[in-house]
Design a protein around this ligand. Structure first.
Ligand SMILES: [Zn+2]
Length: 289
């Protein structure tokens, strides 16, 4: 059964670890992440961007697949199905489709409009038992065609949004989506500390978890980050393993072209990446914590 991400993130905040949000793209992604979470007894959040939702034919298909997979694979760890960077309309679609958590990314609206729309969605999400993530200060890099500048969030704006009763907050602290450029300045821990002070106990979310050095991840967790989003890293692992399989000519040997064989190394690579992240974030063994 899907659960809201609220409780698992409050526990993570209190226990000084973070729960990973791993974005899914298809059946192999979903299965790999769920099996790894179960094996490691870790809570997990499956992230779905609007683009990935569309690719999988719609949010209803995604919710049905995840629900059924949890059942068929006997997954007992807490799993949240979360809309990543949702639009106002996308949030409504996911609430209707059976998601257990949504992110409303109103960071591109003027703050007053972001507040107004977030407030409305919080009310509806909570009435339906879903958790809601809001964003202040756009995350740099590219997410489904939306390019942010990697700005840092204004703590006063963070407080204004946090006070609306949201469940967790994504605040830009110099993090970006995708691969980090050579000249990246690193996370801004002063901003993170100021945001934390402004929002009190609100669990914080770090987007763009791919390629952030381990010591920075650990420091961010110690400063109140309870959810870390990982997307690109699984894509890179999958692509690398798949390329190796084909370059080694394994698809030409015997029945190596069978999609169940062809996609297996990529699926295994996703599992390895998810495992590595769960160990780094400290969520292993925390399923019943
Ligand atoms: Zn993001």
């Amino acid at each position: 059964m899907l659960v809201s991400a609220r409780e698992m993130l409050e526990k993570a905040r209190d226990g000084k670890y973070a729960v990973g949000q791993f974005n899914i793209n298809n059946l192999e992604w979903t299965k790999s992440i769920l099996l790894t979470a179960q094996e490691l007894q870790s809570p997990v959040i499956l992230g779905v961007s609007e683009g990935a939702g569309k690719y999988m034919t719609g949010f209803k298909t995604v919710a049905a697949m995840v629900e059924a997979m949890i059942d068929e694979l006997n997954i007992t760890v807490p799993v949240a199905l979360h809309l990543d960077h949702g639009s106002y309309e996308g949030c409504y679609k996911c609430i209707k489709a059976g998601f257990s958590s949504i992110m409303f990314d109103g960071s591109h609206y003027p703050i007053a409009e972001n507040i107004e729309k977030t407030k409305e969605l919080v009310k509806i999400a909570h009435a339906m038992g879903l958790s809601l993530e809001a964003e202040v200060g756009s995350i740099g890099g590219e997410e489904d065609g939306v390019v942010g500048m990697g700005e840092c969030a204004d703590p006063a704006e963070c407080k204004a949004i946090a006070d609306l009763g949201i469940d967790f907050l994504a605040a830009g602290i110099g993090n970006i989506h995708g691969k980090y450029p050579e000249n990246w300045q690193g996370l801004n821990f002063d901003v993170l500390a100021n945001v934390k002070e402004a929002v009190g106990g609100m669990p914080l979310v770090l987007h763009g978890g791919t390629g952030i050095p381990e010591d920075m991840i650990k420091k961010a967790i110690s400063l109140g980050v309870a959810k870390i989003n990982v997307n690109t890293e699984c894509q890179l692992s999958f692509a690398e393993a798949t390329r190796k399989y084909i370059e080694d000519g394994k698809d030409l040997q015997g029945k190596g072209f069978d999609p169940r064989k062809l996609l297996a190394p990529g699926a295994d690579a996703i599992r390895a990446t998810v495992k590595e992240k769960m160990e780094l974030f400290g969520s292993v063994g925390k399923a019943n914590a």
